[in-house]
Design a protein around this ligand. Structure first.
Ligand SMILES: Nc1ncnc2c1ncn2[C@@H]1O[C@H](COP(=O)(O)OP(=O)(O)O)[C@@H](O)[C@H]1O
Ligand SMILES: [Mg+2]
Length: 253
């Protein structure tokens, strides 16, 4: 069974940045197969990693529903969708990527839910590590499909709204009985720990603080992917430590 790291939090707090860095750091470690899942239809994990996007699951399901004639003779609709999803996985050096898209086509709600759940279950057997970049605030897509995670990283910036969103997600996870082994708070774009009492109220361990990072800002200004981030940058170093903590590895000096 794979080790699932899920990322969630308010929009714009750095979820996609952190997810893509985790995917590339895990790939570099070469300790197992890695799958990145883009579960946020409003962003693009592949692009953040400098990769060309392929069809997402939502697009595939919609296409097949609207074009039943596209299903090859002798193949069931489910088998065809399954085949299309398999070919939509981006295979990179050291990791694979899959995008959920917006599978919300009217009339196929239950169908898509079941499909995504079954798919995630199966993928959990196929990869050693899975990183899920969730929708801001853990919206419907993430809620319906993610049934378990080994680690849930709640990303917040230095705003009270960021922490409030984290709190809301903690409550949702309980309410929906999603099996999460450990929840962490990760402060991003923060010079230091702030709103200490509010953090304590959350009752989850703070895994790290990533400062506003000049190299990240410069990459995003130039439209460059995260893979260009210098290893000497604060964000890179900090996230490497965070990954060590997540995996329970002693930090290397
Ligand atoms: N620590 C940081 N320092 C500087 N810029 C950052 C940092 N973290 C994220 N960003 C920038 O903030 C913007 C939003 O980040 P993103 O990862 O897309 O957020 P989310 O996925 O939560 O909406 C991006 O332009 C990203 O480059
Ligand atoms: Mg995002």
């Amino acid at each position: 069974m794979s080790f699932i790291i899920a990322i969630a939090g308010k929009g714009g707090t750095g979820k996609t940045t952190i997810s893509s860095l985790l995917v590339s750091l895990l790939a570099k470690r070469k300790t197992g197969t890695v799958l990145g899942i883009d579960a946020d239809p409003n962003s693009n994990l592949a692009e953040s990693l400098g990769l060309k996007t392929k069809d997402d699951i939502g697009t595939i399901v919609d296409f097949v529903a609207k074009n039943p004639a596209s299903i090859p003779t002798g193949m069931t609709k489910d088998a065809y969708i399954d085949y299309r999803i398999q070919t939509s996985i981006i295979e990179e050096d050291g990791f694979d990527l899959l995008a959920m898209g917006r599978p919300e086509g009217p009339g196929c709600y239950c169908f898509v839910n079941n499909l995504l759940r079954t798919l995630l279950k199966r993928l959990a057997d196929d990869y050693d590590y899975i990183v899920i970049d969730n929708e801001a605030g853990f919206e419907h897509l993430s809620r319906r499909t993610m049934r378990r995670a080994d680690r849930l990283l709640l990303v917040s910036d230095s705003s009270e709204a960021g922490l409030r969103a984290a709190k809301r997600i903690i409550n949702l996870v309980k309410e929906l009985e999603i099996e999460v082994r450990k929840v962490y708070l990760l402060l991003n774009r923060c010079p230091q720990i702030f709103l200490k009492d509010k953090i304590e109220e959350l009752g989850v361990e703070l895994i790290g603080v990533i400062p506003e990072d000049e190299s990240l800002l410069s990459l995003s200004r130039q439209g460059k992917s995260i893979t260009h981030l210098e290893e000497s940058s604060q964000a890179y170093k900090e996230l490497k430590n965070i990954l060590d903590k997540i995996l329970g590895v002693r930090p290397q000096q």
